[in-house]
Design a protein around this ligand. Structure first.
Ligand SMILES: Nc1ncnc2c1ncn2[C@@H]1O[C@@H]2COP(=O)(O)O[C@H]2[C@H]1O
Length: 508
């Protein structure tokens, strides 16, 4: 098949899938994106390799246009995937598979790959946007290399799975790293607004179950009401049986999942992946949605004989499956239901056009704010982006305390809007005295984190004299993120503490 034929097939499939209102614009964007992606990949490969013979053939020159020997539908073959998966189909054989459609060009050029290790340890994949998993098992020792994820003995000859890097490059270190922030890598969000978003009607009971499941999920924190209902509308209830393989490592990303009930384990195995996996997800013969692992995991839950080492677990309220959709990589891990689980699946388009876009908007807003914070002026834009991704906003009513003297401190705050007042009770005194006030761009709450000591003062929202003034709004940074992201500013904060606070602080 010629490159032209491949392109037309892929475009047709994507037009059919996206059902754009403005078809011409969609096609124009589509080709433009493809062109940019191909050029980017060529540049990347050239940068990595001094020998052009290492480049995949399609990056040198297009294959000649051939007249099809038989008439075929411009919309190509339809997916034979089960219903859930069938709603977004992928070509597993085309080097221009649909992961590279407009809006899915997730990897931009000139990216410094994020750190793959943390505290000297290699870490399993964790989404920067997902709810942190408190029960994370021990760190994974990564055994991946940068060659194809699939076995070289692939029976598929020149299939893209055994070819040199393409858009389906094997997951690089980025995928496996604990991502401390989205901005460690560039994520291009979909610009198109005319994407067709699926809608699956829900009963009131289902709606309240979903609401409950997403309450503490960070991925949903940036959504306004309309966006949230768009996502909820698009969700499909999926029941996974014990032993079902919901996601298999190396497959293309199609859905993102929120766990309502149940438990799933994530496994990673070293490369090369079995050649048979290159065929993509196989439809289970018994007609069920997911293939089963046949109970193998029960024999050794921490080390699956086929899927590798257990690296994470996902219980109620958590989510998984976002990385491949965000970064355009193959699935970084296999996710297996260890008990009957109720999941809510969100398709790739909805995930990207609503959830990622909201996250992106939020990040831009924080990045802008952080440029106004004097404390952070020595940091570069990338460092500020990382901080932006770790922040969450909180708004306080007049008089409400953000932190109280004597309490344990595990959060650092930046004032986004409004004013705060600091009061402190000195030793031997009953009365609290006002010691200072804070305005936009100021920070507080660093002392207890720096000193591992209780809060040294109480910080509250001021009583506003004019209700038209903004309420106190602060951006909160959890202790772990504070240590990680503001570590370089420790000395500066200590010096400021010595200058600004009374003798009760150790820095004086
Ligand atoms: N005089 C002060 N003494 C101690 N903390 C102060 C003072 N003025 C402002 N603060 C801030 O109030 C915060 C209370 O929580 P932390 O002790 O974590 O960090 C403290 C400082 O950021």
């Amino acid at each position: 098949m010629s490159t032209f034929d491949d392109l037309v097939d892929d475009l047709s499939r994507d037009v059919q899938r996206a059902q754009p209102r403005d078809v011409l614009q969609f096609c124009s964007n589509w080709f433009q994106t493809r062109l940019e992606e191909q050029r980017t990949r060529t540049r990347d490969l050239l940068a990595r390799s001094s020998y052009s013979r290492d480049l995949p053939q399609d990056l040198h020159t297009d294959k000649p246009v051939k007249t099809p020997s038989h008439p075929s539908s411009p919309f190509g073959p339809s997916s034979n995937r089960p219903s859930l998966r069938g709603s977004v189909s992928f070509s597993s054989t085309s080097p221009f598979g649909t992961l590279n459609v407009p809006g899915n060009a997730l990897l931009s050029d000139n990216l410094a790959p994020p750190s793959f290790t943390f505290d000297g340890q290699e870490l399993p994949p964790t989404s920067p946007l997902s709810t942190p998993n408190p029960t994370f098992p021990p760190p994974l020792t990564n055994t991946f290399n940068n060659s194809s994820p699939f076995s070289n003995s692939s029976p598929f000859g020149t299939s893209p799975f055994s070819a040199p890097p393409d858009f389906l490059v094997p997951p690089n270190s980025a995928i496996f790293a604990r991502r401390h922030s989205v901005s460690a890598e560039s994520i291009l969000v979909d610009s198109s607004t005319d994407e067709y978003l699926p809608s699956h009607p829900k009963t009131p009971q289902q709606l309240s179950r979903i609401k409950e499941a997403i309450t503490n999920n960070l991925l949903f924190r940036d959504l306004d009401d309309e966006q949230e209902s768009g996502v909820i509308n698009a969700m499909q209830e999926v029941l996974a049986r014990e032993g079902d393989i919901v996601i298999r490592q190396g497959d293309a990303g199609d859905f993102f999942y929120v766990v309502e009930t149940g438990m799933l384990y994530c496994y990673i195995r070293g490369a090369p992946l079995p050649a048979s996996w290159a065929l993509g997800p196989q439809e289970p013969e018994d007609g069920s949605l997911f293939a089963s692992d046949g109970g193998v995991f029960a024999q050794n839950p921490t080390n699956h004989s086929e899927y590798g080492k257990r690296v994470a677990q996902c219980g109620s309220g958590t989510s998984f499956g976002d990385l491949a959709l965000m970064y355009g990589h193959p699935r970084a891990a296999t996710v297996l239901a260890t008990e009957a689980s109720t999941l809510w699946a969100i398709d790739r388009i909805t995930f990207r056009t609503i959830i990622l876009k909201a996250a992106h908007r939020r990040r831009t807003m924080y990045e802008q704010f952080l440029t106004t914070v004097p404390l952070l002026s020595s940091l570069d834009a990338q460092d500020r982006s990382k901080i932006a991704d770790a922040l969450t906003s909180r708004v306080y009513s007049d008089g409400d305390a953000v932190v109280r003297q004597g309490e344990k401190g595990d959060v650092f705050f930046l004032v986004e809007e409004g004013q705060a007042v600091v009061t402190k009770r000195q030793e031997g005194e009953d009365e609290e005295a006002v010691v200072t006030t804070y305005k936009k761009g100021d920070y507080f709450g660093e002392l207890s984190l720096l000193l591992s000591a209780p809060r040294a003062a109480t910080v509250s929202a001021v009583e506003r004299s004019n209700p038209a003034q903004p309420k106190l709004k602060v951006a909160a940074l959890e202790a772990a993120a504070f240590a990680r992201l503001l570590g370089p500013l420790r000395e500066l904060m200590e010096r400021k503490a010595a200058e600004n606070y009374g003798p009760s602080t150790r820095y004086r």
